[in-house]
Design a protein around this ligand. Sequence first.
Ligand SMILES: CC(C)(COP(=O)(O)OP(=O)(O)OC[C@H]1O[C@@H](n2cnc3c(N)ncnc32)[C@H](O)[C@@H]1OP(=O)(O)O)[C@@H](O)C(=O)NCCC(=O)NCCSC(=O)/C=C/c1ccc(O)cc1
Length: 533
Amino acid sequence: MVFRSEYADVPALDVPIHEAVLGEAAGFGDTVALIDGTNGMSLTYAQLDGFHRRIAAALAEAGLRKGDVLALHSPNTIAYPAVFYGATRAGASVTTVHPLATAEEFAKQLADSGAKWIVTVSPLLDTARRAAELTGGVQEIYVCDQAPASEGHTSILDMLSSTAPEPAVAIDPGEDVAALPYSSGTTGTPKGVMLTHRSIGTNLEQLRPFIPMGEADRILAVLPFFHIYGLTALMNAPLRCGSTVVVLPRFDLAQFLEAIQTHRITGLYVAPPIVLALAKHPLVGEYDLSSLRYIVSAAAPLDAELAEACSARLGLPPVRQAYGMTELSPGTHVVPLSVEEPPAGTVGKLLPNTEMRIVSLEDPARDAEPGTDGEILIRGPQVMKGYLGRPDATADMIDADGWVHTGDVGRTDEDGWLYVVDRVKELIKYKGYQVAPAELEALLLTHEQVADAAVIGVYDAEGNEVPKAFLVRGPAAESLTEDDVMAYVAERVSPYKKVRQAEFIGAVPRAASGKILRRELRDREKTENTEEQ
Ligand SMILES: CC(C)(COP(=O)(O)OP(=O)(O)OC[C@H]1O[C@@H](n2cnc3c(N)ncnc32)[C@H](O)[C@@H]1OP(=O)(O)O)[C@@H](O)C(=O)NCCC(=O)NCCSC(=O)/C=C/c1ccc(O)cc1
């Protein structure tokens, strides 16, 4: 059975993303577009419009051409949007990079995406330089700020006085890639997700009616712009509507609460760990959060009781969930703000122009019985173009009829509300960040004393899903401890990918094909936990 959206279709947005978002910017004039929540510096819409055009001109003058890939390697700053839209206006695809990526992780992304240009911030310049050295291929590294440490690198602040002509690049919104975020999808290591101007823009149109934004809205951007969630909900959507975006570079609870109070924030887009803090942390009571009108949570499963505790404590309507994934630009479901009492735990209803199937877990060729659990399949204009340079991985993810196999397990109720209940993909979600078991397993096998390794997600005492490694000792590795191995990994990956639990076992369970039997490890984990209780 194909579920279709109950909402009327919206037209595809067939313009480049910088036009879709900043088309009205000049008209918003002196309205404040962006505020740095750490120091109060701000940019108006007229400045954002002018600055992104100058950056486009300077990049084109430096030799950036349509189809080039530019790596944007920065925490959230007020300069981030100007660089992003400047790059797309010059014809680039922007690959967004985690600011805490190690040089080796960054180098892999540079090599895979073929990036020729890097824009970073001076505190991260060393990592960017090392990554560029490891790959070759990078023509120039720019910085967003000005600091003695970045001498010899052009700052985008210098670009603002460029007198070069603004490039007029012909962009085909349905074909040309605007953003190239990395995601591991349902299996394997991170891959470049090709999101076209049209898929991102149309998804903005699909989402707009349900969480409307306007000039009076003040949105807090603490989730990262480099993930499609932040890029869409915290950058593209509010800047398109003349709202004000208050930007924070990382999540620090006191700074976050202070920013809500000082800037009279009206809307929060968060992930479950922030809902937890808002529901439980004593510090929350010390701030005036009365400006808040709504909270949206996405990126990972949100416990219904926790959501209820959060909205009750803050005197707000229920926390609205949304569902989607990077490969879907990202949204497919949302709980509309206009629905006052959505059922507890739902991630929402299908967005316009979007279709869904829920297929049997035993026999994917069959639909699951109505109301029962099955894998969620999605079709719609927000589906990615594919994984860059990986036709096989793309074909595994998008079938011949255009359905994306999400790897998430869900069911609907009789009113069409979707509930996500489990996951069949091997991916681990640490606080809404993807951790690919295959990537950690490959790294663990580079440890001289580890003979074999498998990684699955387990839950820690706070209810966070965390990576756990099952390890087989190599010969002469009797003295190797779990802590040694965890420290080895921690030195080589971004902090969110750390292995946070480990256990030695006799052998990793594998199928005849060599494939790790993760279910056996999960069952083993469950049995051990039951025995402990
Ligand atoms: C704000 C969070 C929730 C919590 O932050 P945290 O507590 O600092 O933890 P981190 O996970 O960021 O950091 C891991 C470690 O790095 C450390 N860290 C941290 N920033 C630093 C630092 N700048 N220096 C140095 N150490 C540091 C941090 O202290 C921590 O240390 P440790 O635990 O001791 O290893 C953070 O995890 C976070 O941003 N998560 C969300 C990720 C995210 O946006 N995912 C979206 C994927 S796309 C998607 O799902 C789309 C859905 C969607 C669906 C439908 C829609 O309509 C729209 C969207």
